[in-house]
Design a protein around this ligand. Structure first.
Ligand SMILES: [Fe+2]
Length: 216
């Protein structure tokens, strides 16, 4: 069971930093379905990179669980303040202050600050780089799915995504430079990065509302 994050008195540290707690906090600050879905989309990609990283490090048991939890909660919370505080002056700074007050881990908070290029906080860790690399791309992959007649992410193909990235009129809100820079910082080939994130989102298609609707 999760306590109500908004009812915590000042300076009371949280005890629960689970995925469920992150989801509850996100939902308590975010009414919009699309922003919640965005968080889940980014989580799908970031969590997949977290799994790969845990494997690479040979982590097992509690250490593995801790890494996976950190990646998932960071992704879920990266925009949790955006609906209430969308301005560049406030997002993600207001949210990060709240996370600090609640005692969420420093690695999570630093990655969230770093995903905003204007924060001046450098992206140093694997998590910092993964979050930034998946944020805009995840939104773009969702846009690619939603223009399919079936609105299914299973219909999206990596080479089609590459083509659409070059089409400036498509999904104008997605910053292409951030997509390219994210892959570069993470040290992954853009094509592979797209395919990796696409596969991760396809596995979570039901949660993301992207399983597709049969044509009328
Ligand atoms: Fe985001």
């Amino acid at each position: 069971m999760t306590d109500n994050p908004t009812s915590l008195p000042q300076n009371t540290p949280r005890r629960d930093y689970s995925r469920a707690a992150a989801w509850a906090l996100l939902c308590s600050w975010t009414e919009g379905e699309s922003l919640r879905k965005h968080a889940l989309g980014v989580e799908a990609c970031v969590a997949a990179y977290g799994l790969a990283e845990a494997d690479r490090l040979g982590l097992t048991g509690p250490a593995r669980d801790a890494l996976l939890n950190l990646y998932a909660t960071t992704a879920l919370l990266h925009d949790f303040d955006y609906e209430r505080h969308p301005s560049l002056d406030e997002h993600p700074f207001v949210g990060v202050s709240e996370l600090e007050r609640q005692g969420w881990p420093a690695e999570l908070r630093t990655a969230i600050l770093g995903h905003a290029t204007y924060s001046g906080v450098p992206r140093v860790t694997h998590l910092d780089k993964v979050l930034f690399a998946c944020d805009e791309l995840s939104g773009f992959l969702t846009a690619c799915a939603l223009v399919k007649p079936t609105r299914s992410i299973h219909e999206v193909e990596p080479r089609n995504v590459r083509k659409k990235l070059k089409d400036k009129a498509f999904a104008r809100g997605v910053n292409r430079e951030d997509v390219y820079l994210g892959a570069q910082e993470l040290g992954v080939d853009l094509e592979e990065h797209i395919a990796f994130c696409l596969a991760a989102m396809q596995l979570r298609a039901a949660d993301l509302g992207l399983t597709g609707t049969p044509p009328a």
